[in-house]
Design a protein around this ligand. Structure first.
Ligand code: FMN
Length: 166
């Protein structure tokens, strides 16, 4: 009989690798705060509820951006397209260059979305749930502004695109 190792045997590196086997899309969560664009790339996005319309993503408690981002009245969420690999890296990189060269739309409530996204959502924070070293952020949707039918960016095994191992 095969037994699972107990909790204390879980190695974070191994865990990260195992989590990475599950493929995900990538979104940009962004807003204009105090006159500047703030945002980050997140692969933890998922749809949650139709009534009320909710989505979620998880943000690391070490995030320097989240304390600013959460102050915005509205947050924009953009589903990235398959050609957005570099954009996703940029949105996770140095803060002062995150939006360099990226065309965005800003609502009067401060939600920032990427013009080339596949789908964009205008959202507000519905609830924040402590979840270990991350916070699960539930977002309520107020508008879906754009839907494109191109292929989405996929994040799998820490890389973009589905990764078949030899
Ligand atoms: C493809 C990709 C997916 C990411 N997904 C998440 C995520 O789901 N949650 C998260 O907190 N950070 C995620 N990050 C990291 C953030 O984009 C960002 O780099 C991190 O929050 C550190 O920056 P900050 O301190 O400005 O928040 C991801 C980065 C990349 C490139």
């Amino acid at each position: 009989m095969t037994t699972f190792p107990t909790n204390q045997d879980l190695d974070p590196a191994e865990l990260r690798q195992a989590f990475g086997i599950f493929p995900s899309g990538v979104v940009a969560v962004a807003a204009e705060v105090d006159g500047a664009y703030v945002g980050l790339a997140a692969s933890s996005f998922t749809s949650v509820s139709l009534d009320p319309p909710l989505v979620s993503f998880s943000v690391a408690n070490t995030s320097k951006t989240w304390p600013d981002l959460r102050r915005s009245a509205h947050l924009g969420v953009t589903v990235l397209a398959d050609h957005h690999g570099a954009v996703a890296r940029q949105l996770a990189g140095p803060v002062d260059r995150r939006f360099a060269g990226i065309d965005v739309t800003v609502t009067s409530d401060g939600a920032v979305t990427l013009d080339e996204g596949l789908a964009t959502f205008d959202t507000t924070i519905y609830r924040e749930l402590e979840a270990g070293d991350h916070t699960i952020v539930l977002l309520e949707l107020h508008a879906v502004r754009h839907v494109d039918h191109s292929l989405p960016l996929v994040f799998h095994r820490s890389q973009f695109g589905l990764q078949r191992l030899a």
